[in-house]
Ligand binder design. Structure first.
Ligand SMILES: O=C[C@H](O)COP(=O)(O)O
Length: 236
């Protein structure tokens, strides 16, 4: 069963997303980029408001791929009590690899659940997925760095996405990148752990507009029905 991750910008939106049926409440500031970070105080308040009723995650920002900067951002975000910390990998393979090596001991020592976000529109190398697995990352997801009307599926085919999920092995997997309601069915057929959305659940489909609870409910219901369909096809 694939789950629904919804990115929110405030405590108010976190509660609306939960009421609308989101499984993972993801704290993010879309005004500051693809993975813009919210202030730690806002993340901590939202985590308290959700109070264990849903899994929470938060992004550390569109940061330069420098190990000290990335490690510091992760440790700061960990102080909020959020369940999952999402780190964007925006660099070359070598830069990404050095940040993964630096994060490995932090993840192990502090038992952190870190999800790496790879950018489908920045030609990520698939070798990085194996490095993440070996370093003890909790998960890996694909998103798009440029929110310019193109979607995840403008950059990768379903077969390429399926290969990505296969390479992730037992890590959690997420697919995102300006996804809309019409993408859900084909993506659920390849069974990622979760689908991530922001723009699709905001007024007028704009990721910087306010979150709309009815849109969250619509996608959540669609996800439920598609999951059931996939299950029934497998049983038949
Ligand atoms: O983590 C998921 C994202 O917030 C996706 O944002 P988007 O749907 O606006 O590309």
């Amino acid at each position: 069963m694939s789950k629904l991750l919804v990115s929110v910008t405030s405590v108010e939106e976190a509660l609306l997303a939960m009421e609308g049926g989101a499984d993972i409440i993801d704290m993010k500031n879309p005004h500051l980029g693809a993975l813009g970070a919210l202030p730690l105080t806002v993340v901590a308040e939202a985590v308290n408001a959700i109070n264990g009723q849903r899994v929470t995650s938060a992004t550390t920002g569109d940061l330069p791929m420098q190990p000290d900067i990335i490690c510091q951002a992760v440790m700061q975000m960990a102080t909020t009590g959020v369940d999952i910390i999402k780190v964007g990998f925006f660099g070359s393979h070598a830069e990404n690899a050095s940040c993964i090596s630096a994060l490995q001991p932090l993840i192990q020592k502090n038992n952190l659940h870190v999800v790496a976000v790879l950018m489908a529109d920045m030609e990520p190398t698939l070798e990085v997925v194996e490095l993440l697995r070996q370093a003890g990352f909790f998960g890996v997801m694909l998103d798009t760095a440029r929110k310019n009307g193109q979607t995840l599926l403008s950059h990768l085919t379903i077969n390429q996405l399926q290969n990505f999920l296969y390479l992730a092995g037992d890590m959690q997997t997420g697919l995102a990148g300006s996804l809309a309601i019409e993408h859900i069915e084909q993506l659920l057929a390849i069974k990622p752990s979760y689908i991530g959305v922001r723009g699709a659940v905001c007024w007028e489909g704009s990721r910087i507009a306010k979150l709309c609870k009815n849109r969250v409910s619509a996608i959540s219901t669609l996800l439920y029905n598609c999951n059931k369909l996939v299950e029934n096809i497998e049983l038949a």
